[in-house]
Write a protein that binds this ligand. Structure first.
Ligand SMILES: [Zn+2]
Length: 266
């Protein structure tokens, strides 16, 4: 279903985990993030892209390599793909593909396209690297912490931030590397003010064009990270903040382990 439409930006939302796919239409290109999850949802996204593509070039940005975000990579064989260098260099690619196959087997899901780990045409190696098109620039920033291969994209001059699995209103931070996660949230704070970000598209949850809400998402992430580090998390508070907390509790336990692993680092 369509979650958000404004100007060039249309955001689709899956029924699963409120995962989003952003589609941005410009003069010469259509830019898409993480097409997902279910076959009928992919068909809806594909039909929309086909209806607007004309002679535009199709780009797909993969925000990171978690399986839900690459699940339909095989449905767009002609797209020019973009992801971070760490995404390309991921060692255990077969493991991600196996997660997709397991998911599809569990729910008897048949797909009309192959399950692939997408080959990447434009590899992002450093902060500020850009893809310059006629009427817009995509500027990229590495965003490790949730996974090591995260990627932020700012679409200029529209002020759209494609955030991947950060700054969600339905998930607290899911942390793989605590220090990296903290640094990434600090980085996004700078990006938002320097690049005049006006619209935030998170990988899960609600797109927002409310600047106070964008700032609130940063603040809430920082509070969560700080509380996690000093062991002062108030779980009743988390239950109030996140309507699906029952389903997320296990992630909070894993986060505790991630922070402990970090603090024992030499
Ligand atoms: Zn995700």
């Amino acid at each position: 279903m369509r979650q958000f439409e404004q100007g060039q930006l249309t955001v689709f939302q899956s029924v699963l985990y409120q995962t989003t796919t952003a589609v941005i239409k410009t003069k010469e290109a259509v830019i898409v993030t993480d097409p997902n999850w279910l076959p009928n949802e992919i068909a809806e996204i594909k039909a929309y892209i086909e209806s607007i593509i004309e002679d535009r070039k199709l780009y797909i940005i993969f925000t990171h390599s978690d399986y839900d975000h690459i699940i339909a990579a095989g449905a767009f064989p002609d797209a020019t793909t973009i992801a971070s260098e760490a995404f390309v260099n991921r060692i255990n690619k077969e493991e991600v593909l196996e997660q997709i196959r397991q998911f599809d087997a569990q729910y008897y899901i048949e797909r009309e396209y192959p399950i692939i780990y997408p080959p990447i045409d434009i590899v992002i190696k450093e902060d500020g690297q850009a893809l310059e098109l006629q009427d817009l620039t995509c500027r990229f920033y590495l965003s490790p912490g949730h996974t090591s291969d995260g990627l932020f994209t700012v679409v200029e001059p529209f002020g759209i931030l494609l955030a991947g699995d950060y700054l969600s209103d339905v998930e607290f931070p899911f942390i793989e590397d605590y220090e990296a996660y903290l640094a990434t949230i600090q980085k996004v704070q700078t990006i938002i003010s320097e690049k005049d970000v006006e619209v935030l598209v998170p990988g899960h949850g609600t797109t927002t064009d409310n600047l106070d809400e964008i700032q609130k998402r940063i603040d809430v992430s920082l509070i969560y990270l700080n509380n996690l580090a000093d062991g002062s998390t108030d779980e009743t508070e988390l239950q109030k903040l996140y309507p699906f907390y029952k389903g997320l509790q296990e992630m909070h336990e894993l986060n505790k382990k991630a922070v402990n692993k970090n603090s024992h680092r030499i």
